[in-house]
Write a new protein. Structure first.
Length: 290
């Protein structure tokens, strides 16, 4: 069992290494910004060419897995990703789960830092849209997944950076569900009466791969992108023909003020690193992660 003190020391070490590594690259020039821009353009061009074949972002992860775990983050938050990465990588069952941080297209000084981070960890899913164009990020991400990964996964779990996920428990929960026509999370409504629009909140929701593939080619989804992106996902799924009564409500979602137990899947909102580390320590002490 890893102790909390050792855990904190590891987090500090990871954060320090990341910043020293990125700073050296930045000071010595790293790669030319135009080279990074060209790499993005080439990436999307290659994906377009390989659309019918499936683009493999990482050849070392070519086996079929249960879950693709996506954390939507802000491009500039290098320190936060260092902490999250250390936490999640220590608990991810590698045979079952792959994890990526979804970030907007970097600009300015962030380009070199993002390139260094990607070279080191290879776990960034970099979009063409920047962070300000949030209403398009979910559609762009879901549309690119089948191109990048083929049929490698059963389920996609989309979370936000404010979500502290008990990943082993979440994987166990998802393994009990159907692997097709699946869209679930915490259901909420927008509007009233018969016109109420139902969707799952952005703190964490999941989609089976057949729905991801449908969204990637859906004209309705491409036309329905204005407004809140996660509300639009609910609209897409309803248009596909899955009634909201079929959406499973995931149990075990709590706030940081509540105590975790063996039924906890997710804590939300967690907005600072200190609280994140404290929750990690509590989860270790309870045996929820090892």
């Amino acid at each position: 069992m890893i102790t909390l003190s050792n855990r904190n020391a590891a987090l500090v070490a990871v954060i320090t290494f990341l910043f020293l590594f990125c700073t050296v690259l930045f000071i010595t020039g790293g790669s030319n910004e135009s080279d990074l821009e060209a790499s993005y353009n080439n990436q999307w061009e290659e994906e377009k060419k390989e659309e019918n074949k499936g683009f493999n972002i990482n050849d070392s992860k070519d086996q079929h897995k249960i879950l693709l775990f996506l954390v939507f983050d802000e491009t500039k938050n290098f320190e936060r990703r260092a902490v999250y990465r250390d936490y999640y990588r220590s608990m991810i069952p590698q045979k079952d789960v792959d994890m990526y941080f979804v970030i907007g297209k970097p600009d300015g000084d962030h380009k070199k830092l993002i390139e260094a981070e990607q070279d080191r960890f290879k776990d960034l899913f970099i979009l063409k849209e920047n962070d300000d164009q949030s209403d398009k990020k979910t559609l762009e991400t879901l549309s690119k997944l089948p191109i990048r990964f083929g049929d490698r996964y059963d389920i996609v779990l989309k979370t936000y950076w404010e979500s502290f996920v008990l990943l082993p428990s979440f994987v166990s929960y998802l393994s009990t569900l159907n692997k097709t026509r699946l869209y679930g999370g915490i259901k909420m409504g927008l509007g009233g009466g018969e016109s109420m629009q139902l969707f799952n909140q952005d703190r964490a929701y999941f989609l089976s791969w057949d729905l991801v593939k449908w969204i990637s080619t859906s004209d309705f989804a491409k036309k329905t992108i204005s407004g809140y992106q996660d509300v639009n996902v609910g609209r897409w799924i309803s248009n596909y023909g899955i009634d909201s009564k079929e959406w499973p409500d995931a149990p075990g979602y709590i706030t940081p003020n509540e105590k975790m137990n063996h039924n906890t899947l997710l804590v939300f909102p967690v907005r600072d690193i200190k609280t994140w580390v404290e929750l990690a320590g509590e989860a270790f002490q309870l045996g929820l992660i090892t």
